[in-house]
Design a protein around this ligand. Sequence first.
Ligand code: SAH
Length: 381
Amino acid sequence: MEPKPFILDLTVADLENLLVTWGEPKFRARQIHRHVHVNLANDPAAMTDLPKSLRERLATDIAWSSLTLRRTLTCDDGQTRKALFGVPPLGHPAESVLMIYPERATVCVSSQSGCLMRCVFCATGRLGLLAQLTAGQIMEQVYWAERELRALRPPPPGGYKAHLLTNVVFMGMGEPFNNFDAWWTSVERLHDPKGYNLGARSFTVSTVGLVPGIRRLAEAPLPVNLAISLHAPNDTLRGELMPVNKAFPIADLLNATRDYITQTKRRVSFEYVLLEDKNDRPEHAEELGRLLRTQYPPEQTMLFHVNLIPWNPVPSAPLTRSHRERVLTFQRILESYRVPCTVRVERGTEIAAACGQLAGMTETTPDANPQTTPVTVVQLK
Ligand code: SAH
């Protein structure tokens, strides 16, 4: 039997076509679309402006969720929430992290279950690639976060007119550019002014450095933010940390980034995870400062910055998190090269929800692939 279509994987046109085959008027598609993407309904029974027979057909012939929510964990007084989902058909893990701040709320979503890139410092890379997510499954994580937020705040009179979530970052499990089409479709649909209507600037995608993806994004019509995982100032070191460097070495990566900046006039951020004595010494900072200075003409100074990420521990990785002092020295050196530089504020380390810690904490996932490596929650000292 064909699996039922998942509602979030259907466009308005897909819905129209389906309704026509059911003998229903096409205009119902817009009504349903509004319920799903504006009201975030996930049960047709709530769509009381539709005829009862249509609601019943929708309930039986369409899948209203795709990911299975297995567990949620919270910390920071409920302001950080992590969801572990199972991806059908085998229940591979995918995780999302909602971070609530006084003036904004950000969700970090997965684009794949596991990851092919195998960066040595990252928990997700240990899993290998388990499953590609569909656009609808990526969107479902965003809607999970939006529903969490709505549950925390009483609805205004007349119901929610706009989303409460302000940012979506594609920094969960996976490499978005290794699932480019589905990832980009999710962005376009979440952006749809007649749907969830999230502004293009609200999205940030992080890539391991897949040059074809960067070039493709430069041509894309929506100005989403781009972050690039650099993590080392030379190919030898980057190659040790990130196998992808063999395919796309630093020179190619920086060329593509420069073209991207020239073409889009948009600011790019370079992520740099700090590992004690591996890539965090003053000479690494000097080398990085020189590299970025020589790569970019002075008029592009303000068009990139470096985001330093103190490494979050991953079980059995033979690495150490840089001491705070090292981080600050690194930052000072970069700034002496006039490279704008920030240190990432952390959330969720104690529930293994921080950057690079997502690996499906699988001790209670019966249908998880036996090859997945269970990762336990790591407590920071
Ligand atoms: N595949 C994308 C998204 C990965 S997660 C990419 O590679 O960019 C987002 C960021 O967290 C990346 O810069 C990634 O390198 C970094 N990261 C991975 N593991 C980490 C860890 N254990 N501690 C801190 N940052 C980590």
